[in-house]
Design a binder for this molecule. Structure first.
Ligand SMILES: NC(=O)c1ccc[n+]([C@@H]2O[C@H](COP(=O)([O-])OP(=O)(O)OC[C@H]3O[C@@H](n4cnc5c(N)ncnc54)[C@H](OP(=O)(O)O)[C@@H]3O)[C@@H](O)[C@H]2O)c1
Length: 359
């Protein structure tokens, strides 16, 4: 016996990847429901190699009997539906920014703060962090355990898929327009994205940061350590899938490059690929479709007493969204939901098979 799962935003970039990830990892489902807006009435989405799901309308859906909701319909929609689903008895794992900083909602990256998930019962909601935050904290955690991190300065290079399907279409159509000499008219993104970069993701907040930059700072502190200072500059680049980050880290005490490299090599979810040679580092195109957070260009920063520079790359739709959400669901099942089930309905053994290990 498995769980009844609903995917909200199932027709979107993240929702489709969630359905793919649930199937790939053989998450124990009895029943999967795909939900989206009324615009998607009549459409279908794939679930694994063989199954196709009819999309149902979120507003009409009754969550009673649903165990887990994996959601990515945008903040405003999550604000409205998630409490309703939680009240009906489901646990909502939400990808939007709506609940991330709510003190009663755990913000979880399973490789970093799996223990936080225990707080889920307060509101019946668990938040998935921002895609840029997730890949950065997965890489920072083993280093923080080695020598406490004081300050992080990060510049991101974020793909257009982070802004949804429409932004991918915009990059595609602008690129085409340039080749055929058609005029460019930015629609979703604030400036031309084809053959350009845009230092503006989400709205501006007090002090001049963008909300994306603010999210990276406050989410890192909530997940990893409230004492870490983070200064971020977030940039949209003309890449379809995969975010890259140039990360400068300042530590409290000494840390050697070799020790950092070794800690990263053995850290869950991280792959170090770092040779000082052509092709000795990972780029977003190579990370697309993969689960790992790749770390390259590990080197000492000699301008501060204890500093390192890193290049961190990951697929924003997988570890930055869908995979992290499904890993949270796996953890929720193993640590909490299984214990509440009648004897004889266990799926825990399944989640412990070697390629399903939750680190
Ligand atoms: N992309 C990333 O890397 C990433 C990472 C982490 C978090 N997120 C967050 O996840 C959310 C979705 O991102 P995305 O990239 O998947 O966007 P997307 O491709 O634009 O998809 C949006 C999804 O939300 C659905 N939706 C919109 N309005 C709705 C409504 N009124 N009722 C029900 N469903 C509705 C859409 O359904 P229709 O097709 O019917 O319109 C679609 O399935 C955003 O909040 C985003 O910030 C994204």
């Amino acid at each position: 016996m498995g769980f009844r799962v609903a995917v909200v935003g199932a027709t979107g970039n993240v929702g489709r990847e969630i359905l793919k990830t649930l199937s790939e990892r053989a998450f124990p489902v009895d029943d999967v429901v795909a939900l989206a807006s009324s615009r998607s009435i009549g459409s279908q989405v794939s679930f694994g190699e063989d199954d196709v799901l009819d999309v149902q309308v979120l507003d009409d859906f009754n969550f009673r009997g649903t165990d887990i909701v994996l959601s990515s319909p945008g903040s405003k929609i999550s604000a409205a539906f998630a409490p309703r689903a939680a009240k009906a008895g489901a646990v909502v794992i939400d990808n939007t920014s709506q609940f991330r900083m709510d003190p009663d909602v755990p913000l979880v990256v399973p490789e970093v703060n799996p223990q936080a998930i225990a707080q889920y019962e307060k509101r019946g909601i668990i938040a998935n962090p921002n895609c840029s935050t997730i890949q950065m904290v997965v890489a920072l955690k083993p280093l923080h355990d080695l020598a406490r991190i004081k300050r992080v300065v990060v510049a991101t290079y974020q793909s257009v898929s982070g802004a949804g399907r429409a932004a991918m279409d915009e990059l595609f159509s602008q690129t085409r327009s340039i080749y055929v000499n058609d005029p460019i008219k930015p629609e979703l993104l604030t400036k031309q994205i084809a053959f350009n970069v845009i230092p503006h993701i989400d709205v501006f907040v007090d002090g001049g940061d963008t909300k994306e930059e603010w999210k990276m700072a406050v989410e890192t502190r909530k997940i990893l350590d409230p004492d870490i200072a983070v200064s971020a500059t977030c940039v949209r680049v003309p890449v379809f899938i995969g975010h890259a980050e140039a990360v400068n880290v300042e530590f409290d005490g000494p840390i050697t490059e070799a020790a950092a490299r070794q800690a990263l090599r053995t850290a869950p979810g991280v792959i170090v690929l770092d040779h000082r040679a052509d092709e000795g580092y990972v780029t977003p195109v190579e990370a697309a479709g993969d689960d790992a957070v790749y770390v390259s260009r590990i080197r000492r920063d000699p301008t501060v007493p204890h500093g390192l520079n890193l290049w961190v790359v990951s697929d924003n739709l997988r570890k930055g969204a869908a995979l992290n959400a499904v890993q949270i669901a796996e953890l929720l099942v193993e640590k909490h939901l299984e214990k509440k089930r009648p004897a004889g309905r266990s799926n825990v053994e399944h989640l412990r098979t070697p390629d399903r290990v939750i680190h």
